[in-house]
Design a protein around this ligand. Structure first.
Ligand SMILES: *Cc1c(COP(=O)(O)O)cnc(C)c1O
Length: 216
């Protein structure tokens, strides 16, 4: 689907629930996509992208950054502590902060590097065993811990279980954000970003709808 069409669907979804135009940021998820497709989207003026692996991002984004100004890069996949430094040097935002050890490492590195990406805390709203994210019941405590470390926590992120109604998970995430005074809500993908916008998403992560299917 052309980028322009996704943007117009986002604008319509914003308008439908009375949200300000441009209040939702589109993160174009470029993981696994061939460079030509990513470059085509860059050529159309889009600058906000998401990757789920540090290594993969490190292999392509420094080159793109030489050709295109103002790239805004988001890490949306799980982060190992031993890759935290590289991630903090490469990304403008990290959406997968989900445990004290990682929060502590990021806090220490932020001191050392003198900068820190915007952070989102990932919540495992479906309480799925194989999925990353802090459990909903532990979210308030973890937000408080991150704040105590002076981390720039901008919001929450979730990936709903594939088989469930995503709206229930988006509503839960919005509720946790609201009671913790957090404005950012990273939720919604190709199949459900309009639902996410209706429920307050500030960042939607859309991959295949923009770039086409990923071939692994
Ligand atoms: C791959 C990915 C997306 C994008 O998924 P699509 O269905 O292709 O839009 C969004 N969020 C995360 C965390 C992802 O890993």
């Amino acid at each position: 689907m052309p980028l322009a069409e996704i943007k117009s669907r986002i604008a319509k979804a914003e308008a439908k629930v009375g949200r300000a135009p441009g209040s939702v940021q589109l993160i174009a998820v470029s993981k696994v996509q061939p460079n030509e497709r990513v470059e085509a989207v860059l050529q159309q003026g889009h600058r906000c992208f998401g990757e789920n692996k540090v290594q993969e991002a490190a292999g392509k984004w420094p080159d793109f950054a030489e050709q295109f100004d103002g790239i805004d890069l988001h890490l949306i996949g799980p982060l190992q502590t031993n890759k935290a430094r590289q991630a903090m040097e490469l990304f403008d935002s990290i959406h997968s902060v989900d445990r004290p050890k990682l929060a502590n490492t990021i806090a220490r590195l932020a001191q050392e590097l003198g900068k820190c990406p915007d952070l989102f805390i990932q919540v495992n709203t479906g309480e799925e065993e194989q999925k990353a994210g802090v459990m909903p019941a532990d979210a308030d405590t973890f937000v408080a811990e991150c704040r105590k470390l002076d981390l720039p926590v901008k919001g929450l992120m979730c990936i709903p279980p594939v088989v469930e109604e995503p709206g229930l998970h988006f509503a839960l995430l919005a509720k946790i954000a609201e009671r913790n005074d957090l404005q950012g809500l990273s939720m919604g993908m190709s199949g459900d970003f309009e639902t996410a916008i209706a429920l307050g998403a500030t960042h939607v992560r859309v991959g295949s709808a923009i770039f086409g299917e990923r071939t692994y």
